[in-house]
Design a protein around this ligand. Structure first.
Ligand SMILES: Cc1ncc(COP(=O)(O)O)c(C=O)c1O
Length: 430
């Protein structure tokens, strides 16, 4: 039998290569333990694995942790963002301002609904949206600002909220990297109108796949509750009679949808919801992971502090500025490389770090406006110079997760010292 390209492709996906990196980019943010195993055993004995008590318990615990807002657990941050675009009623003809320095999914729900996306440039140190770049992009069609707390450090929210207030815009916070991060003492996700969280395997706390939709507005929460669980949403009025044809309302029924068929009529159009719900299994993990979140974030901060200290005297390397109003919880660890000072391009540095030192480098993120999907809409190089300069010349992310060993952390510091010294020597020789 011959094996065609499709088959080879499948085999490759089924059997990933064994990693030989000294510091791999781990697929899980923290090693789960006994408490998670116990919670899973318990939930597997429940009478249901969907729409049960544990998802509700997780939602209450997360709302408690955030200290504000209504929480709806979802099966990912992507679905929470899709729900947000629908709940905010963003449609073709509307414009939303966001950052180019994010995972491509942030603007996807907007893209899918025909909303025009305007990219505001970034602050080259925090990699967050630059509030000073937002106002110039506002037109009479602008409806919302979607910020992303990049890498786990809060956006400077005061000026963003001030712009939104002055122009009557809503604000969405993409908190995929930032569960537990604060801005001036407030948890992110509760400052804007909606916050969307991710509990994907890589995130600071995980439910495998999972997310949360958070809003401080009761009316948006009610709409999200309906649309996030395959109900419909639209204006309704009580029916004058609870008969359908010759049939009176039955005495015994359980289903909310059936009940509304006898009791209500739509008085206008309605929207159709989707199943964005978190499973009981994921929620069981979530309850335990949430109880560890502050500790997990503290471990990331400790690793980042060691790295910051170890890198501070390496020529051509700088680290992110500390901002007391928005402590970094380091979903990502970002450093900046200076090609002019080292005398070699960033790619040469990354090649040495990967190929010679065995540190798996994954860059977060390619400027979105330069993806083919956005270039096809007329976006082009030069639109966000700080995002472009930072990505192509300076920014580097090192692997960070709570189970990094001290030896791996020291190896990363020494590898950086060696790589820069090697490149400087090569430069001096040529
Ligand atoms: C900034 C950002 N937003 C949204 C998402 C989507 O999260 P999920 O994988 O839970 O759908 C990610 C995922 O990495 C992300 O980094």
């Amino acid at each position: 039998m011959t094996s065609g390209p499709a088959k080879r492709q499948h085999r490759q996906e089924a059997e990933p290569p064994v990693t030989t990196f000294t510091v791999p980019y781990s697929g899980i943010s923290n090693r789960l333990g006994e408490a998670e195993a116990r919670a899973l055993t318990e939930v597997l004995n429940q009478d249901t694995l969907a729409m049960g008590p544990v998802s509700r318990r997780f939602e209450e615990a997360f709302a408690d942790y955030l200290g504000a807002g209504h929480v709806q657990a979802t099966n990912s941050c992507t679905t929470a963002l899709f729900l947000a675009a629908q709940v905010l009623d963003l449609n073709e003809g509307d414009e939303v301002i966001t950052t180019p320095q994010t995972f491509w999914v942030t603007p996807w729900p907007l893209q899918a609904r025909g909303v025009r996306i305007r990219f505001a440039d970034i602050d080259p140190d925090s990699l967050n949206i630059d509030p000073g770049a937002i106002e110039a992009l506002i037109t009479e069609r602008t409806r919302s600002i979607w910020v992303v707390h990049h890498g786990g450090q809060a956006v400077d929210m005061d000026p963003v909220m001030d712009i939104a207030r002055r122009h009557g815009l809503t604000v969405l916070e993409d908190c995929a990297h930032a569960p537990g991060a604060t801005y001036k003492g407030r948890k992110v996700g509760t400052i804007g109108d909606i916050g969307c969280f991710s509990f994907h395997s890589l995130k600071n706390m995980t439910t495998g796949e999972g997310g949360a939709f958070v809003t401080r507005h009761a009316d948006l929460a009610e709409k999200a509750r309906a649309l996030g669980t395959i109900h419909t949403w639209g204006p309704m009025a009580p029916r004058s009679s609870s008969r359908i044809g010759p049939h009176p309302r039955p005495a015994y029924y359980r289903d909310a949808h059936t009940r509304s068929a006898f009791e209500y009529d739509f008085t206008g159009g309605y929207e159709i919801g989707n199943n964005y719900r978190m499973s009981e299994i994921a929620a069981a993990l979530g309850v335990v992971q949430l109880s560890k979140l502050d500790q997990l974030n503290a471990r990331r901060q400790e690793i980042a502090q060691t790295l910051d200290g170890g890198l501070q005297d390496i020529p051509g390397i700088s680290v992110q500025r500390h901002r007391p109003e928005s402590p970094h919880i380091h979903h990502l660890y970002t450093l900046f490389y200076d090609p002019a000072e080292v005398g070699a391009p960033k790619d040469a540095f990354i090649e040495l770090m990967q190929e010679t030192e065995g540190i798996e480098i994954v860059l977060r993120y390619f400027p979105l406006h330069l993806l083919p999907e956005f270039r096809a809409l007329g976006h082009q190089y030069g639109e966000c110079p700080a995002a472009e300069r930072t990505y192509f010349d300076h920014q580097v992310q090192l692997p960070i997760y709570t189970h990094l060993t001290d030896a791996q952390i020291i190896h990363m510091i020494e590898a950086l010292q060696r790589s820069v010294a090697t490149l400087q020597r090569r430069g001096a020789r040529s």
